[in-house]
Design a protein around this ligand. Structure first.
Ligand code: PBG
Length: 326
């Protein structure tokens, strides 16, 4: 029997050798921890479609953020659940300087000033229609929405946000938000643009978490068609040109090719959002005993990083960091 002198298995022979030959190494530094915040005090509610993930009232959230930072995670991404009676078509509550989002930013920056606070910019949690923009005659109107997103971004920056993260997919919002931040004197407030955000079924559990599902229609006139790749690169390049400091691809697992494409074409950090449905699938299969939760989690996150993600927003941020810190 003849063998080649090159045997791939030599590099897999022991734990030590496998470890030396590892190309992709996850660290807690890679993760952004999304957080769901609700009104009230002393409250922590599990999201039924996201087992093991919670909405917190602001008082309890502070301890959660302290723990997140102590695990080595450098950033949180904030989402608020807004009461129905505060929702309207224009997202008025989004601009309230005493609103839950603005209060949360201030409280976190006061308690854990070192952590990078990122905030979601889009109208859906504030919209009576559950859409990311203002609705007129059944359409989601672009330019009027951008106007509100600019004010919302300045309001978050004023409260102390380090980064705003527009997730709405309106045209021209990055340039206009950048200009609004500069005009307001917030020259160091960054923008993480959800640049290639697809109209995905994987956001379902998130919409349960915030009670933000669209009241009519879907989001296909602004979020991207999952079949498209060139269009993703176009959106990503546009956002970089308009002033995005970080670009994002979302979801992650079904879009690894898009993450790779982004990484190969831009010189800003690329983030990927491992979204709610992607989290819940793993949880559900693990609960049924069909998959091992820890190894599925780590393999998935490693795959996202290997594809080219410099940062990963994931509901597994804490669990994965605890494992990595062992
Ligand atoms: C809001 C927003 C969504 C997510 C992040 N920001 C939902 C949507 O666009 O409908 C989804 C995140 C997730 O599923 O984990 N614009």
């Amino acid at each position: 029997m003849q063998f080649p002198y090159t045997r791939g298995r030599r590099l897999r022979y022991t734990d030590a050798i496998r470890s030396m030959a590892t190309e992709t190494i996850l660290t807690p530094n890679d993760f952004i921890a999304p957080l769901f915040i609700m009104d009230g005090t002393n409250g922590k509610e599990e999201i039924p479609s996201m087992p093991g993930y919670y909405r917190f009232t602001l008082d309890l959230l502070i301890d959660e953020v302290r723990e997140i930072y102590s695990l080595g995670i450098k950033s949180v991404l904030l989402f608020v659940k807004v009461a129905d009676d505060k929702k309207d078509n224009e997202g008025t509550e989004a601009l309230n300087s005493g609103g839950l989002m603005q209060r949360s930013i201030r409280a976190i920056k006061e308690a854990v000033p070192e952590i990078c606070v990122m905030t979601d910019i889009a109208l859906d949690p504030f919209s009576s229609y559950g859409h990311d923009g203002i609705v007129k005659d059944g359409q989601i109107v672009n330019d009027e929405t951008v106007d509100v997103l600019m004010k919302m971004s300045v309001s978050h920056a004023e409260a102390g946000a380090d980064f705003v993260a527009p997730s709405d997919m309106m045209d021209g919002r990055i340039l206009n938000i950048r200009e609004a931040l500069e005009d307001g004197g917030y020259i160091n407030t960054g923008i993480m643009a959800y640049s290639a955000k697809y109209a995905s079924c994987f956001y379902g559990p998130f919409r349960d978490a915030l009670d933000s599902a669209p009241g009519f229609g879907d989001k296909k006139t602004y979020q991207m068609n999952p079949a498209n790749k060139d269009e993703a690169l176009k959106e990503i390049m546009l956002d970089v040109d308009e002033g995005a400091d970080i670009v994002m691809v979302k979801p992650a697992v079904a879009y690894l090719d898009i993450i790779k494409l982004a990484k190969e074409n831009v010189l800003v950090p690329v983030s990927a959002y491992h979204v709610s449905g992607e989290y819940s699938m793993i949880k559900a299969a693990a609960q049924k005993g069909w998959l091992d939760e820890e190894s599925t989690m780590m393999e998935t996150l490693t795959g996202i990083k290997r594809a080219g993600a410099d940062l990963i927003a994931t509901y597994f941020a804490k669990d994965a960091s605890k494992l990595l810190n062992k």
